[in-house]
Design a protein around this ligand. Structure first.
Ligand SMILES: Nc1ncnc2c1ncn2[C@@H]1O[C@H](COP(=O)(O)OP(=O)(O)OP(=O)(O)O)[C@@H](O)[C@H]1O
Ligand SMILES: [Mg+2]
Length: 248
């Protein structure tokens, strides 16, 4: 039996993920073990194609491992029924997708309030909170804009605001600063850090952004579908200025 610590909000145990592609099988995750504590800010670093987004999809209950298990609050999420899984995705986890996944025919505000509507929050309350969240990401003046009327960085910020809609315990952020300029990227990082420190939100972020490492409690280095090493911020083996090209 695994030695599970009681305050692990996320535990990934022996996760393997294979995809079949025609007659070939692609081995993407090759046995991932991770424990993440409540309120921790963890960055997952790894080269393109190493399996970060695939791992996020497993942790977020968006896809199922080929083998192994993901536990949220020590519950094996593969055992949840459709309603419980929907609840987990809607209320417990906020997702910031690498490709934003905001809805093109909806305005910025409608994108942010949609998860609240799914959660049964009354319209007026959802609207007020949606505006407050857009203000947090500096887009209150753009609330009526639809995605094609926003820049890439602004769309990213709508995705960040949306991820916060239902006060999630966990935020899964896949390259949340990937499309942002330096200043906006720093704002988003500050916001995530504040959520982790002041509200105890657990942040799990895939990133190539060195600014992100500075605020992380731990960095998980993933390479070719395996965890290569896990370091606390104070023991980072790289100086942030000279990260090896391999990890970019
Ligand atoms: N549905 C799928 N079918 C087949 N192969 C897939 C599928 N999804 C991902 N892969 C493969 O899995 C590998 C890991 O992909 P993943 O998106 O997890 O990488 P990543 O670490 O997030 O990369 P990046 O930094 O570029 O976002 C890639 O080689 C990709 O081609
Ligand atoms: Mg990815």
């Amino acid at each position: 039996m695994d030695m599970a610590e009681p305050n692990n909000i996320v535990r990934v145990s022996g996760v393997i993920k294979d995809f079949s592609l025609g007659k070939n099988i692609v081995h993407v995750l090759k046995g991932i073990d991770l424990e993440i504590k409540t309120g921790e800010y963890v960055s997952i670093m790894g080269p393109s194609g190493s399996g970060k987004t695939t791992l996020f999809n497993m942790i977020g209950g968006l896809d199922k491992p080929t083998d192994g298990a993901v536990f949220i609050d020590e519950i094996d999420i593969s055992q949840l029924d459709a309603y419980e899984l929907a609840w987990l995705r809607c209320r417990k986890i906020g997702y910031i997708f690498q490709t934003f996944n905001i809805i093109q025919v909806m305005t910025a505000l409608e994108n942010v309030t949609l998860p609240m509507t799914f959660a049964g929050v009354p319209d007026e309350e959802a609207r007020e909170k949606g505006m407050a969240l857009l203000e947090v990401v500096g887009l209150e003046k753009r609330f009526q804009h639809r995605p094609f009327e926003l820049s890439g960085g602004q769309q990213q910020r709508v995705a960040v605001a949306r991820s916060l809609a239902n006060d999630p315990a966990i935020i899964l952020a896949d390259e949340p600063t990937g499309n942002l300029d330096l200043a906006t990227g720093e704002e988003i990082i500050k916001l995530l850090k504040m959520l982790s420190r002041e509200k105890g939100v657990t942040i799990i972020s895939a990133t190539h952004d060195l600014k992100m490492l500075n605020v992380s409690d731990r960095v998980i280095w993933v390479s070719d579908g395996r965890v290569e090493k896990i370091e606390r911020r104070d023991e980072l083996s790289i100086s942030l200025g000279q990260i090896n090209e391999k990890w970019r």
